[in-house]
Design a protein around this ligand. Sequence first.
Ligand SMILES: [Zn+2]
Length: 201
Amino acid sequence: MGKRTKTQKIQKQKLAQLKRLIKPRDHRLKEKDKAPPKKKKPDPYTIKIHDAPQMSSALFFQYNTQLGPPYHILVDTNFINFSIKNKLDIIKSMMDCLMAKCIPYVTDCVMGELEKMGHKHKVALQIVRDSRFERLTCLHKGTYADDCLVNRVTQHKCYIVGTNDKDLRNRIRKIPGVPVMYVAQHKYAIERMPDAYGVPM
Ligand SMILES: [Zn+2]
C-alpha cells in the first residue's frame, strides 16, 4: 500500500470517527454530509394566531370574479326603509341599476332589526318575506347587523352590500372588492363596481 492511499485511508477513518462523535447538523460538516434539518414540532400549548386577514383568491384577478351576474346583494335595514320611502321596488330597481339579474339577501339579524321596529315596518317585513329574497342564517348573538355584514363580505367576495348607512359604507369601502349599492335621487346607485362589468355609474 502506497503512502498516499494510506494517508487517505486514515483521513477517511478520522472523518468517519468525527461523524460519529459530532451531531448530524454540526457546522463543521459540509452541507451534503449534514442530516436534513429537523422539522420543528409545533408546541401544542401555544395558541395559533392568524394575524393576516384572509384575502380572497377571487381578488387575484383585476376584478372580482365572484361578483356575478346574477348579483348577490346583501341589504341592510335602512336600505329597505329608504327604498320604501322612495317607493322603489327593491328587485326591479336593483336590476335597473346593474342591468342584470339581482338576488337580494336578508340575514337573520336584519330580519331581527326589522321585527324589532314594530308594526311601522310591516311593509318592510312583507317585502323581505317575498320568495325572491334569499335568507341567510346568522350564528352570532343579537340583531346588530353591521358587524355581521362586514364579516360576511370580508370572507365571501360574492356580495354587493346595499346600505345607506354612512358608517357602514365607510367600513365596506375599506374592504377590497366589495361594491356598495345605495339609494340616491329616487333610484339605486352603485359605487366601487369594477369597470370590467360594464355597469354605468
Ligand atoms: Zn347576522
